[in-house]
Write a protein that binds this ligand. Sequence first.
Ligand code: 5GP
Ligand code: MN
Length: 338
Amino acid sequence: MNLEDITTVRSILSQPQKIAIIPHKNPDGDAIGSSLALQAYLNNQGHKAVVISPNDYPKFLKWMPGSDAILNYERENSQAKRALEEATVIFTLDFNDLSRTGQLEHPLKEHKADFIMIDHHQQPSDYARVMYSDVLMSSTCEMVYNFMEYLGALEHITPDIATNIYTGIMTDTGSFKYRSTTSRTHQVIADLIEKGANNMEIHQNVFDTNSPSRLHLLGVALSNLVILPEYKTAYITLSQEELDQNDFKKGDTEGFVNYGLTLEGIIFAVIFIENREEGIIKISFRSIGDFSVNQFAREHFNGGGHDNAAGGRSESSMEDTLEKFTSVLATYKKELNS
Ligand code: 5GP
Ligand code: MN
């Protein structure tokens, strides 16, 4: 954030505001963590801040401090609508374009409030009065920490705020191992532990609450794994039937895609998950090294994200989607083997 942006934010926040904080649709740990951390800070400063999530989020995040009060735009629609209409300031967190908010896209586009974006995805759209966008950041949570530092507010980080920021950095960095993890990330994490984040408890809350059905679903996913050594690629499919047979709940497939990358020699991993209700195949892409899955998802599967982690979708059947994927993949043979 440059000096001018900091001055603008200071002036906006110099009076009590009604604030709506919006994470992306299907929010992950980073989106929820950054939203809750910011909400707690703003409320402690005398503002009236609410988090409005476009839809539900996984159970393994529902212990996060303040998560009880999140308004789900699908489930608590009238309350969420009212809070949004009243807002004088809107923070948009962990996404680069309003289309990432699903049903909220239209009301947000029409809204006259001051928008403040905090995000680390590539190619951000220009809709915000203040745009704090940095694709080199590990996570939006690390940026919320920086944001508080810019405002001279690090001493206002409570144990709850520290816990939320820690959680988002942890989930977005694959527990501090992805390329975006820097020494600065670790310094921030160290400070968060000092400020009251209980690292062991956070890891347990997020990763050690498997249900038997989720582990069975993982078994199905792994047995569906297809390896394409000539493209250094591995992919997994999960059909709606397979999800239904294993009592699928939101968040259950989190992390499955990464198993492909643990194979020696594999640098590109994909998971295709059928969602019959939405009539789509939701796709997650991951890579190691220089192969940009952001570009791949953007060009071929109506998606985007980061260089090494991106998402997309297909409106065709699983069979047709896989056919398209494998034929597109062939055009990347050289790049994947370079
Ligand atoms: P995931 O595969 O875990 O859903 O998402 C990986 C990354 O890609 C996240 O940073 C997420 O925000 C982004 N992403 C996921 N799905 C989409 C999508 O449909 N469109 C865009 N632009 N980004 C996505
Ligand atoms: Mn993120």
